[in-house]
Design a protein. Structure first.
Length: 268
């Protein structure tokens, strides 16, 4: 029996994250400019001026790198092609500026989960800009334990094969997909266990299912390992009998391991 979703997954636009990233760069740039003016304030001591100068150099370097990174992200998204030159700056833009982006979002009263969903969309699009041809065993699918029916007595976090595939939750369907594609699969209770799976299996890529918060931190922790994120649905509240769109999981798996018919994968 298939478990159906009670409501449709909301598509979050990538431009929310990119817009906030641009605002963050502008804010950091203006701050660097204001501090630069402070250096020439005759009332400041030499030590203070040196400290301010160090901050200006740090901020300016970050803004320039993140600006390059943002350009790299835009080129990657528009051309569906990743350029090696932009890899480092893109990391600065996506990871170091992330707390600033969340802070700005709070200021504009934008829900943090919406921003994180947007970040996941940007990340996924960037992962898809590279073509993969992995063997099934090089791909790890990580799913959260909250997908399991809360009344189920079988312990799947230790051993996912303990699932009896009774159809009361989507774990059975996930196992079917795992067996069909012969990929590795692990059930994680949090970031520590997810990191352990990555360390033990040493995958070349990951398909991760989780909430926006865990996916965001997982993607950032795993850099430079490519991670395609699939957000779960939480109709019964956080961490309780959560659901998942199997089609999206299957598409993500096929993106990494499918034979490239016609030269390009058909993921969207
Ligand atoms: S499908 Fe598996 S995990 Fe889900 S309730 Fe049934 S036995 Fe438990």
């Amino acid at each position: 029996m298939k478990v159906s979703l009670p409501y449709i997954h909301t598509y979050v636009r990538k431009r929310l994250f990119l817009g906030l990233l641009a605002c963050s760069l502008l804010t950091a740039g203006l701050l660097a400019y204001a501090l630069w003016h402070l250096i020439f304030n005759p009332g400041e001591s030499v030590i203070n001026q040196t400290l301010v100068l160090a901050m200006v150099v740090f901020l300016s370097t970050s803004v320039v790198l993140a600006g390059l990174g943002m350009a790299g992200i835009l080129v990657t998204l528009l051309a569906s092609k990743r350029l090696f030159f932009f890899q480092g700056p893109m990391r600065v833009a996506l990871n170091i500026f992330f707390p600033v982006i969340i802070g700005l979002g709070r200021l504009f009263k934008i829900d943090a989960d919406r921003i994180k969903s947007s970040f996941i969309e940007v990340n996924n699009q960037m992962v898809k800009a590279v073509q993969y041809r992995l063997a099934p065993e090089q791909l790890l699918v990580l799913v959260p334990h909250c997908l399991q029916n809360s009344d189920c007595p079988h312990k799947i976090t230790v051993e996912i094969n303990n699932c009896r595939r009774c159809g009361k939750c989507c774990v059975g369907d996930l196992l079917e997909i795992r067996d069909r594609y012969r990929v590795k699969m692990g059930v994680a209770t949090g970031g520590t266990l997810a990191r352990k799976y990555v360390k033990d299996y040493r995958p070349r890529a990951v398909v991760a299912v989780a909430c926006e918060r865990d996916l965001t931190s997982g993607i950032q922790d795993s850099t430079p390992l490519p991670v395609l994120g699939v957000t779960n649905e939480r109709p019964f509240g956080p961490c309780n009998n959560t659901l998942i769109d199997m089609v999206r999981v299957e598409k993500a798996i096929k993106f990494f391991i499918a034979e490239k018919a016609g030269g390009k994968n058909s993921t969207s």
